[in-house]
Write a protein that binds this ligand. Structure first.
Ligand code: NAD
Length: 326
């Protein structure tokens, strides 16, 4: 298995799940946001996905039969300010991986997509059939690849599963790996940072049409995401058809609920201040997640918010400076 972005947050958890399922794992990562210490479940090949030759060489040398593609940039705000960066890394980069696969006759591809491909929801929960109209270049960059995949299947026989994650969160329940983004942009680690004396947390808007006025999101545990990838791979390896599936729990939680849960689990105050709404933040985003259950046989094991926050807290408490290798 080649796992691009295998030194990153979700990719490293996928490497662990694959390793545990008996696969030989090779992580391919340029370490722009990843950590050498996270790529501990197989060999790490340092390289950029834009370097098609390097990807081809890795596919050949390690006799790779399938690729999981996590490598991407994912800061929505940055994608609004610097669209070229997102098109270059997420679109051109993914095309480079697919081109390398076509050239080396590797025909299984699991793709990290996102609920950001849906844009402003017309209805919730969001099903896979919901129109895909992204409102930022990050979402566009992922949708561009989703749209390219059937063409690569027709031309080169590359079977694929695109997995549209909602809010990835939590950490490895064994405490071996966790979330370490710099700067951190996700609310659970940001709330933990605030609870432990770091930067205070900003809550963007408390006047949304939701029960407590803050945004509702669908938090899905990273180990559950990793399991879904293994199941997706098994489906296409077993001859199943290509497809796209939401990965969420289907249970929305508000930002205030996240803050309260972090306070309860850590036993500390979470200092926060109110900030204006951010452009492009829908009030409510959560998944209709039945298709992944039905077709992939995926059931989230860590679906409740307390467990998600507890695993994140356990990892942060044991690694207050993250991987601390810089
Ligand atoms: N975190 C979330 O909530 C979330 C939600 C939906 C989708 N996703 C998608 O999941 C994937 C992984 O997200 P993450 O949170 O683990 O991010 P991450 O930044 O922790 O991991 C991405 C990894 O890709 C590597 N990378 C980036 N560009 C590269 C390149 N050009 N060549 C080689 N390696 C490169 C980085 O070094 C990093 O290790 C991304 O594709 C992201 O769009 C994430």
């Amino acid at each position: 298995m080649l796992v691009t972005g295998g030194a990153g947050y979700i990719g490293s958890h996928a490497c662990k799940a694959l390793h545990r399922a008996g696969y030989r794992v090779v992580a391919f990562d340029n370490l722009i946001a990843g950590h050498r210490a996270a790529a501990r479940f197989g060999e790490l090949v340092e390289g950029d996905i834009a370097d098609t030759g390097a990807v081809r060489a890795a596919l050949r040398r390690h006799e790779i039969s399938a690729v999981m593609h996590f490598a991407a940039l994912l800061d929505v705000g940055e994608s609004v300010r610097e669209p070229a960066k997102y098109y270059r890394n997420n679109v051109t980069g993914a095309l480079s991986v697919l081109e390398a696969m076509a050239a080396e006759s590797v025909r299984r591809f699991v793709f990290s997509s996102t609920c950001a491909t849906y844009g402003e929801p017309l209805e919730t929960p969001i099903a896979e059939t919901h129109p895909q109209k992204p409102i930022n270049s990050y979402g566009e960059s992922k949708l561009a690849i989703e749209r390219a995949l059937p063409h690569f299947e027709r031309a080169h026989g590359i079977r694929f599963v695109a997995l549209r994650y909602f809010n990835a969160s939590g950490a490895d329940p064994d405490g071996e790996i966790g979330e370490d983004h710099s700067p951190e942009i996700h609310v659970i680690p940001r709330a933990i940072e605030a609870a432990t004396g770091g930067r205070g947390l900003q809550v963007f808007g408390d006047d949304y049409p939701t029960p407590d006025g803050t945004c509702l999101r669908d938090y899905v545990h990273v180990a559950d995401l990793a399991d879904a990838h293994v199941k997706a791979l098994e489906r296409i390896a077993g001859g199943g058809a290509s497809g796209a599936y939401n990965l969420g729990t289907g249970r929305p939680h508000s930002v205030r609920e996240v803050i309260d849960t972090v306070a309860r689990v850590t036993g500390r105050d979470v200092p926060w201040t109110l900030a204006p709404r951010r452009a492009g933040d829908p009030a409510v985003l959560y998944a209709a997640a039945d298709e992944a259950r039905r077709v992939l046989g995926w059931t989230p094991r860590f679906a409740d918010l307390d467990t998600i926050v507890r695993t994140a807290w356990d990892w942060h408490r044991a690694h207050p400076k993250g991987y601390d290798e810089k």
